[in-house]
Design a protein around this ligand. Sequence first.
Ligand code: EPU
Length: 449
Amino acid sequence: MDAFRITGGRALSGAHRVGGAKNAALPLMTAALLTDEPVTLRDVPDLADIANMQRLLRELGCESSRDGDALTLHTVASDASHARYDIVRTMRASIGALGPLVARRGEARLSMPGGCAIGERPVDIHLRGLRALGARVTLEEGDIVARAPEGGRLRGGRVFLGGPNGPTVLGTANILAAATLAQGRTIIENAACEPEIVDLAALLTDMGARIRGAGAPRITIDGVERLTGADRRLIPDRIEAGTFMAAVAAAGGDVVLENCPLDALMAATDRLEHMGVEVTPLGGSDPMRMTCRVRREGPLRPAQITTQPHPGFPTDLQAQFVAALSLADGNSVVTERIFPERFLHVAELSRMGAQMFRQGPTVVISGVRELVGAPIMASDLRASAGLVVAGLAARGETVVHRVYHIDRGYSRIEESLARLGADIERIDAEEARAERLAVAARSVQPAGV
Ligand code: EPU
């Protein structure tokens, strides 16, 4: 199993181009189920989650092929509408196939996704949304089965998508996609406002859908009879950009980010300015594709952060900012309002010398002068990113195990960081362990043997 070996303490410098957004790519890929014409997406990152989604879509009759960073998806068969457990369990975003399938084929069967490392992740709001569009939804042998009403077509309705922790992003994507082919008008209230929803609506509009209001809490969709193919470039990944910003915050340095969606990162840049990290736009006419400079030379100041639905501070950057704040000059408080259990990185960071105290959804961080490298274990995608951020700033060697988690969402992040001057390499953890044991064994051999 791969691991990263990081020797920390080097400030970062140079330039990094931000890639296309994983969390935009996944729902945009499932939208290809809504048409029998090809849909091409550009700037699609080369990630394990993208490959998993391609595998799921292939099972559902949607072929895909890659040409560089362009991915073309083409639904060629519509007889298989069953998303099986062994694929769904690898990726919760599989739930996004449910709406498009039932809208286009009149029936869908998708294995019920389980919880995951970041906590319980129910899908009740997705199902409530589909029911509001007239679908009959049942649970059969661990599968969610959704059937459109008589005639095989969903019908428009009013749908409220709020839950105890705010609106749901993939739930909004699911109902938005399903409503494009429903009969009549759908109004989604308390829709997620994330930029990935805006990107999905833009693709669906290119495909012939009639949508108003994406990016605001009320979205109105007038159903159409059919959708066509389209060709679209994904928005850049705001979480990748924010992760590199957090890395500069922790390790210090001066980095230029290209293709940076600054417009979608205001909550993060607001906190960074507060922490003593300068984020300066250098140019670009599209606020979602700017060139900017991220710099920290002085001390890192503490901050209070509360994760919230967009445009609030993103939960997907919480771990990386917790890692950076562990080195701040004072006490910070970070509260997680989207996934209150998403704190698996805290125990690992403590092993590196971070001083943190967690109570419920809040972590109080007393900044320390330095973190000390250690072998640590990645547990989920963003927690792993947080551990890498900590490793870059720590004294000595950190080995982050199980980096397959990070490969789900960042394309060869170690190569990008190495280009910025970080001392980081991918190693085979088993080989490294065997090497360490051999060195240890040699050092305890009695002299003369
Ligand atoms: N929720 C419900 N019922 C539902 C759906 C969600 O109670 O039916 C709750 C969740 O438990 C959570 C809150 O609503 O407390 C928000 O969850 P949401 O549905 O918005 O999450 P998601 O759509 O499943 C996406 C991203 C996540 C990101 C969240 C929040 C994708 C593929 N995933 O998940 O990204 O953390 O939105 O912004 O877009 C990641 O990239 O590492 C990642 C986990």
